[in-house]
Ligand binder design. Structure first.
Ligand code: PEP
Ligand code: MG
Length: 582
């Protein structure tokens, strides 16, 4: 009998293989008293374990292939940094000396203290850091208690083709498993924004998270089917189901490889309308993937990642070097740099160097342009760096989360001040640099007409536009089901923005997830969107849809979708749009 378990599909793809269950049991840690004469020996044992953990992580890091996504290295680096932090390498030493307790116990007490602090903070980004603490502490505990290196850390190829079933996975685990050729993974915990999930997506490993008690239902070596798109995991599939999924797997592979032919083709509809496909980037290293995907530039460079995992914000020269690398790497293609969108789920160092406090509704609080303007020195440093980088290639500058005219004018004013400073210092920059605003708050979409008079372009951020329009916290699993790009309110706001752009003759692009979902491509084309920016992996799929579309043959009632009474009606109309003009 086929048994089906449902989780959250977080990384697309179908996998069929045997289960390999990982039991990451925390070592059983007990306290015992260390005699006074042996205290320093115990301290040495602890420090030695820290050093061994460091060597293990460095070894993992050295085995990361050069073409692996940059995220992987930074995750390992985060764990290495934690090993160098006094909260992990000094405080337990003090505890050993003061309490005269064993190293494992001191580490456990410190772990509990750190986790308690994280637990009190209702912030998803910090929750991810809490998991990191646990991963690092478990590694040290394993060394202290002489436990074997976890089975999946032995690169002997035993896991090849297996589907990993685990309570949770660390990013380091995921890297190693990818080397061993695992087919997929399914975990009990984790969410769409966890480090491991992000990694799975960039590594192309099908993955499902949030399958409650999955380790209790599955037997080791049992054949499984995983669909990373629908979040369905099947056990004991009958022949018919197996054949069905084998067919789907083949079709998925053929689909991915068939897309490569679009790489060298220009992006235009069958009736000749040229469309721009741009990529979203998070780190300077992303340029390689972006160029390989055939993007025509970067439509959104999320600079806030430069500010993360460090104790102080990057200085002007460091930022200049990062932006210059990106723009030079893009060989004269345009790069839209967004000023730091920190705050809400994207805090830095727990907000310490920005004096941020934990607030009840962080998404409605001091984030993005609001934070930029409240930290004028930090903002100016970034504006100067972006301006200076514009001397090396085509850069545009974009302000996130604009909600009032005053914010926009203040930001532009600061940009002008920075230009004057650079003039006085005889430093070069592009005097005609384009300035744009993100439209991601309903207020700014409604008033797009007014903002259009003061900017060179708009970029629609649907992730936040949907969050704020429908009052759905985009990272809250409980209300995720309400997250709907087809809601008439969302579509109407997009429409208003596109129309305002047309009337004022300024470019309007879209850089939220909606732009990278081929399901919405035709609808967006019909609404008049000409510039799409997305995760590089999505580019060829969207390009395929564009290149196969005859705009003239889209149903004449396409825009009726903005009046759809409910999701059923909207979905039916979308199906009609997507089924037409092939
Ligand atoms: C958006 O909100 O759609 C967007 C692109 O910005 P971010 O996802 O970084 O908030
Ligand atoms: Mg946004």
């Amino acid at each position: 009998m086929t048994l089906e378990l449902q989780g959250i599909g977080v990384s697309r793809g179908i996998a069929m293989g045997r289960a390999h269950i990982l039991f990451h049991n925390q070592p059983d840690v007990r306290e015992y008293l260390i005699p006074a004469f042996a205290i320093e020996q115990e301290v040495d044992r602890f420090l030695d374990a820290i050093e061994q953990a460091r060597q293990q992580l460095k070894s993992i890091r050295n085995h990361i292939p050069a073409n692996a996504p940059s995220d992987i290295t930074s995750f390992i680096d985060t764990h290495l940094l934690m090993l160098s932090d006094s909260s992990l390498n000094k405080i337990p030493v003090e505890m050993i000396r003061q309490r005269r307790c064993n190293a494992e116990w001191a580490l456990q007490l410190q772990r509990d203290a750190l986790i308690n602090v994280f637990n009190e903070m209702d912030d998803p980004y910090l929750r991810t850091r809490r998991d990191d603490v646990d991963h690092v502490v478990t590694r040290i505990h394993r060394i202290l208690t002489d436990q074997e290196v976890a089975e999946h850390e032995i690169p002997d190829g035993r896991l090849k083709g297996h589907i990993i079933i685990a309570e949770d996975l660390t990013p380091a685990d995921t890297v190693l498993m990818q080397h061993q050729g695992i087919a997929a993974f399914v975990t009990e915990h984790g969410g769409a924004t966890s480090h491991t999930t992000i990694l799975a997506r960039s590594l192309g490993i099908p993955a499902i998270v949030g399958v409650e008690s999955v380790r209790r239902y599955v037997q080791d070596n049992e054949p499984l089917i995983v669909d990373g798109e629908t979040g369905i995991m099947l056990m004991g599939a009958d022949e018919r189901t197996q054949n069905e999924y084998e067919g789907r797997l083949i079709a998925f592979r053929e689909h991915i490889s068939s897309l490569s032919r679009y790489k060298s083709q220009p992006t235009k509809t069958r009736d000749g309308k040229a469309i721009t496909l741009l990529a979203n980037a998070e780190l300077p290293e992303d340029v390689t993937t972006i160029s390989a995907a055939g993007a025509q530039g970067i439509g959104l460079y999320r600079t806030e990642f430069l500010y993360m995992n460090r104790l102080s914000p990057p200085e002007e020269e460091e930022q200049l070097a990062a932006y210059r690398d990106v723009v030079e790497g893009m060989n004269n293609q345009p790069v839209t740099i967004r000023t730091f969108d920190l705050g809400a789920d994207k805090t830095v160092d727990g907000g310490r160097h920005l004096n941020q406090t934990v607030v009840t509704n962080p998404a409605l609080g001091l984030r993005a342009i609001r934070l930029c303007l409240s930290q004028p020195n930090m903002f100016r440093t970034q504006l100067r760096a972006i301006l200076r980088a514009s001397a090396y290639g085509k850069i545009k500058i974009m302000f996130p989360m604009i909600s009032t005219m005053n914010e926009l004018l203040q930001a532009k004013n600061m940009l002008e001040q920075c230009k004057h400073q650079l003039d006085n210092e005889h430093l070069e920059y592009d005097h005609h640099i384009e300035v744009g605003a993100m439209i991601e708050i309903p207020a700014s979409a409604v008033c797009a007409e007014l903002f259009a008079q003061h900017v060179d372009f708009f970029s629609i951020g649907t992730n936040d536009l949907i969050q704020y329009t429908l009052a759905i916290d985009r990272i809250n699993d409980h209300v995720n089901y309400l997250y709907d790009p087809l809601h008439p309110a969302v579509l109407r706001l997009i429409h208003i923005t596109l129309e305002a752009g047309k009337r004022h003759n300024i470019d309007v692009s879209m850089c939220g997830e909606m732009a990278g979902d081929p399901k919405y491509t035709r609808l967006l084309l019909a609404m008049g969107l000409e510039h799409f920016s997305m995760h590089p992996n999505a580019i060829l799929e969207v390009k395929q849809v564009i290149n196969e579309t005859m705009l003239d043959e889209l149903p004449s009632n396409t825009l009726e979708i903005m009046n759809a009474a409910d999701i059923v009606e909207a979905d039916a109309l979308l199906e009609l749009i997507n089924g037409s003009s092939n």
